[in-house]
Design a protein around this ligand. Structure first.
Ligand code: SF4
Length: 266
């Protein structure tokens, strides 16, 4: 099934009708970064070294945002980090003041989440956090997301936002340790009010640079962990949990219909 305009609903469209960014570039250095891979028009930005530096888009930061016809995702092509927190807060405030429902997606830094919760408390009902937590094993996280917060900081940020009364959700996409996904879901579920999305690593061989035998082994481990048999087993174990949502990469394996239209977030 496709959306009304004939396009398959996948990626960020599964979550939001529009995405907003405050700039481009991200210090987290994820090896599978889809946002970096999309920089076909500016190949220099697609280089890992250049991508590490966030470049603010002043117009985006100062803009007065309109009311969108559904949930808006922020950010989509960078992350919220201490260095760009002020710019991110300015954009979030503008989006929320316009009445938007905003999905805040991040590999969360605890200090940033504390500030956002404090500064945006008046908009609590319009904001949904989605923290990307791809594995519990920090050794795996250091390989794939070398400069992003460790598991304990991400889980702590989730618990903090939950205790502050915000709506919370998790994205386990891409699964970096598929054998531990069910246990991780059980650990995070008490702090989730909305949903836990699960998805595969897409287009691995295209996006991930394999520069060493160690990396080749890691890529092969990810591929084994998301083969059809493993995906069906994860689906079997988690399908009854109401909070679980399956990204399009998994729906196609287990035979579920894709989202009918963009931004449903379900
Ligand atoms: S946190 Fe997101 S934008 Fe930043 S490097 Fe990782 S995947 Fe790319």
């Amino acid at each position: 099934m496709a959306s009304g305009n004939g396009k398959m609903v996948r990626g960020t469209a599964e979550w939001a009708v529009a995405t907003v960014d405050g700039g481009i570039g991200c210090p987290h250095g994820c090896r599978y970064c889809y946002a970096r891979a999309k920089q076909a028009d500016s190949p220099e930005m697609a280089e890992p070294e250049a991508w590490k530096t966030f470049r603010a888009d002043r117009q985006a930061v100062r803009r007065r945002y309109p009311l969108y016809p559904g949930q808006v995702m922020f950010p989509a092509h960078h992350d919220i980090v201490p260095d760009n927190l002020d710019a991110c807060l300015a954009i979030l405030t503008s989006l929320l003041a316009a009445g938007n429902r905003v999905l805040v997606v991040s590999k969360p830094h605890r200090s940033c989440i504390e500030t956002i919760c404090r500064e945006l408390a008046p908009f609590r009902e319009q904001l949904l956090f989605r923290f990307t937590i791809t594995a519990r094993n920090d050794a795996i996280l250091r390989i794939w997301e070398p400069h992003a917060p460790a598991y304990s900081e991400r889980r702590g940020s989730l618990e903090f936002a939950f205790r502050q009364g915000f709506a919370t959700s998790v994205s386990i996409e891409p699964m970096l340790d598929s054998g531990d996904v069910v246990a991780m879901v059980e650990e995070l579920l008490p702090f989730v009010t909305h949903s836990i999305w699960i998805g595969k690593m897409n287009r691995i061989r295209e996006r991930v640079t394999c520069g060493s035998p160690e990396m080749e082994r890691e890529i092969a481990r990810i591929e084994r962990g998301q083969d059809d048999a493993r995906i069906r087993e994860i689906y079997r174990q988690l399908r009854e949990l109401p909070a679980i949502r399956w990204k399009e990469s998994i729906k196609t394996v287990v035979g579920l219909d894709p989202a009918a239209e963009p931004g449903l977030d379900m």
